[in-house]
Design a protein around this ligand. Structure first.
Ligand code: SF4
Ligand code: SF4
Length: 125
């Protein structure tokens, strides 16, 4: 999967998709109003991102059934903001300090919850 350039990362929030398995799935493509996500050829192929079209709007995050979509904002000077899908209870609260984990579940760093956003409800899942 492609990665955004350093120049693009400095411009503002951008999408990250960690969807490495070939599965018949494509709601992410329909979710993006800017057509920044595409799955060329068969639906089973992996999603591709056009980082110049992505505005980091977050709309694709709740549409992925695999919780595979994130948005990262590296523009703050002292930290980065990572928007993630989260389906568990209890809901985190603004101001909570939690552990940031790597892909293997090992603690990487302390993370402050700065915002909790409810996603819209979709009637076609
Ligand atoms: S964050 Fe917004 S603009 Fe970027 S890929 Fe997702 S829906 Fe499209
Ligand atoms: S919606 Fe999610 S799981 Fe499905 S292809 Fe897109 S990124 Fe992968």
């Amino acid at each position: 999967m492609s990665e955004p350039t350093a120049e693009r990362r400095a411009k503002g929030p951008y999408v990250v998709i960690e969807c490495p398995e070939k599965i018949p799935c494509n709601p992410c493509v329909e979710a993006c109003p800017n057509k920044a996500i595409s799955i060329p050829g068969s639906m089973i192929e992996l999603p591709q991102i056009d980082y110049e079209k992505c505005t980091g709007c977050l709309l694709c995050i709740p549409r992925c059934p695999g919780l595979a979509i994130f948005v990262i904002d590296e523009t703050p000077q002292e930290y980065s903001i990572v928007y993630i899908p989260y389906e568990f209870l209890p809901r985190p609260k603004k101001g909570d300090i939690v552990s940031g984990l790597d892909r293997e579940g090992k603690a990487l760093c302390k993370v402050e919850i700065i915002k909790v956003i409810d996603s819209p409800k979709f009637d076609h899942w």
